[in-house]
Design a protein around this ligand. Structure first.
Ligand code: ASP
Length: 454
């Protein structure tokens, strides 16, 4: 049994939904389909989820006219239902469910917002199930509450509770195609709550785990995951196979096609995950597995990069001999509730790297002063606007000279390295560079490993 998830761009209009129907009908193992809300149909269009968030805030505001936003939302579904010639009164149902939510108790606005947000996927799932039936497929909508998807009581950022998996296992017994809305579930008390944004991926991985799927297919709008971001490299090569570990490292440093945290429930059960293109389902896509399935064509699996980091550089003569030095530094970070991403160290100096957004400029200056006072360091300095660039690949463990090639490529491109860090796992090497050099650096490394090798 395969669990198949379709993102918003795969379900944005009638043409996309027809492609989805063909994909499902072409493989009888595709039994459970997880759907997002309708996404953007064209550049500049608005996702239904964003319209719903707007409607929620207008409604809570009380003094704004909500009718236009409400109408736009209903029209999105109506256009699809008409073009797909759905034989059931789905639009009446959608309007009724929207009205019920709009009339619900708003004394705890977070639950009201979540209920409205989730209606994007919920109504899409109902519409798609009805369309499948119109096409003669044996399909039903299933509500996540009925399926037993129980989440923590954290509106907008809920987490799955362990009992969900046993509940979801029962879906295996259903002998029909189930259309399951992504993005939300219910608390133990029965309140609707959503995951963080983009959460339909999480629903898909949880359901795949629960039913012990043979595969979790994640359909999006690219043929595969690319070795580097197309924002920096023109026409980068695609990746045919990644390991879970490689995916984790690449997502950490900026790969956004699918997020490793979202896929974790599938990884935990060793379920292969495939990223495929709804607009080109024949393309093999990227397979993400526990162990490498195919020999690597390239020396590394991918290059990822992400800005928004800063570091605190501390140097003190004989730091290596001072018991508790590191603890004193890190305790200051803890007091400022700032989580630390990496610590790079030398004999007499360390660099503590963190996400810049966690501290205001004033807090950062206070933190520097606190470290200075508590450690009597020779120098405490901040380095802002850093980008972390990572080269990732499990095969790096057994090949020599990869870092040398990367640093040479960066030096030839005249890019200064603020720091280098190789994790003990040897699955990745991280370079700290200035944010404004990001694109150039990614291109230099891409040319070294992918263009030169081709
Ligand atoms: N529709 C939700 C969002 O836009 C969830 C999802 O599509 O995964 O965040």
């Amino acid at each position: 049994m395969k669990v198949v998830k379709f993102g918003g761009s795969s379900l944005a209009n009638d043409k996309q939904i027809k492609k989805v129907k063909n994909i499902i009908a072409s493989d009888k193992d595709r039994k459970i389909i997880i759907v997002s809300a309708p996404g953007k149909r064209f550049d500049g269009d608005i996702k239904v989820t964003d319209l719903l968030i707007e409607l929620a805030s207008q409604t809570l505001n009380g003094s704004v006219d909500t009718s236009q936003t409400y109408k736009e939302i209903v029209e999105r579904y109506r256009d699809m239902a008409e073009a797909l010639e759905i034989q059931e009164p789905v639009i009446d149902e959608i309007k009724k469910s929207l009205n019920d939510i709009l009339n619900m108790d708003k004394s705890q606005p977070d639950y009201f917002i979540d209920a409205l947000k989730a209606s994007g996927e919920d109504n899409n799932a109902k519409l798609i199930a009805a369309y499948f039936r119109t096409c003669g497929l044996n399909a039903s909508y299933i509500n996540p509450g009925e399926a037993g998807l129980i989440l923590s009581d954290e509106p907008g950022n809920a987490k799955v509770l362990a009992e969900s998996y046993l509940n979801l296992a029962k879906l295996k017994e259903r002998d029909e195609i189930l259309v399951f809305p992504g993005f939300f579930g219910y608390t133990k008390e029965g309140k609707l709550v959503t995951f963080s944004r983009g959460g339909s991926d999480i629903t898909g991985a949880i359901v795949a785990n629960g039913v012990g799927a043979s595969m979790y297919e994640n359909f999006t709008d690219v043929d595969s995951i690319f070795v580097a971001s197309p924002a920096h490299v023109h026409n980068p090569v695609g990746i045919s196979n990644l390991t879970y570990r490689e995916m984790r490292e690449l997502s950490y440093a900026g790969f956004t096609v699918v997020h490793d945290e979202a896929l974790y429930p599938a990884f935990a059960e060793n379920i292969p995950v495939v990223v495929k293109n709804t607009n080109n389902p024949e393309a093999p896509g990227t397979m993400i597995t526990e162990k490498k399935m195919t020999e690597n064509k390239w020396p590394i699996a991918g290059i990822a990069s992400h800005g928004g980091f800063a570091s605190v550089y501390i140097t003190k003569y004989m730091m290596n001999r001072e018991v508790g030095f590191m603890r004193r530094v890190l305790s200051v970070f803890e007091e400022y509730e700032c989580s630390v991403e990496h610590v790079v160290s030398g004999i007499d100096d360390i660099d503590v790297i963190f996400k810049e957004e966690q501290l205001s400029a004033k807090e950062l200056d206070e933190l520097l002063l606190a470290i200075q006072t508590r450690t009597a360091a020779d120098k405490v300095e901040k380095r802002e606007n850093l980008c972390l660039l990572m080269i990732v690949g499990e095969s790096m463990q057994s090949s020599i000279g990869i870092t040398a090639r990367a640093t040479k490529a960066l030096s030839q491109a005249n890019i200064n390295l603020e720091m280098i860090n190789q994790g003990s796992s040897e699955n990745s090497v991280m370079f700290g560079i200035k944010e404004n050099k990001e694109a150039e650096a990614v291109r230099a490394i891409y040319d070294e490993f992918f263009e030169a090798e081709d």
